[in-house]
Design a protein around this ligand. Structure first.
Ligand SMILES: [Fe+2]
Length: 161
């Protein structure tokens, strides 16, 4: 773990180190999620094209906003912000996006699976940050979690019953 920068933020150094590590892992997860969401946005085909194309773009925007907020929280806590795209791909836990899948109803389920994975991680992070005594990072994860849950609803509402 890299040494933290000096900061007057009033949290113990070991707590800030753990939070920076966690935040950067999620920055990586959201980097992978962003690219996969854009691959869905670009490649989807079928009768639901325009609805899915637009929905996926709005989810990609939310993914970038969350990535930026988490990276800047890592910097605020005195850490190096972000990880390389190579590390992100290794650590994200997402399966690679299957580029040969284009059919709209298949694509939306693949994206739903990835959002589900990310939502599970972030929900657990809320408690981790709270247990470390950082209500602000817990609040940030809560905000990210709420948006992910909403996007997951918008995706899953398209599944055929
Ligand atoms: Fe676009």
């Amino acid at each position: 773990m890299t040494k933290l920068y000096q900061t007057s933020v009033n949290l113990a150094e070991n707590v800030r180190e753990e939070l920076v590590f966690l935040l950067n892992r999620r920055v990586g997860l959201f980097t992978d999620l962003y690219v996969q969401t854009k691959l869905a946005h670009w490649n989807v085909r079928g009768p639901h094209f325009i609805a899915y194309h637009e929905l996926f773009d709005s989810i990609a925007d939310h993914t970038l906003e969350a990535q930026d907020s988490m990276a800047e929280r890592a910097a605020t806590l005195g850490g190096q912000a972000g990880i390389t795209i190579q590390a992100a791909a290794e650590q994200s836990g997402l399966s690679p996006w299957p580029l040969d899948t284009r059919q709209d109803t298949a694509v939306i389920r693949l994206l739903g699976e990835r959002l589900h994975h990310a939502a599970d991680q972030i929900r657990a992070d809320i408690d981790t940050a709270a247990n470390l005594g950082d209500a602000d990072t817990a609040d940030l994860f809560t905000e990210v979690s709420r948006q992910l849950d909403k996007d997951l609803w918008l995706v899953e509402a398209h599944y055929a019953e």
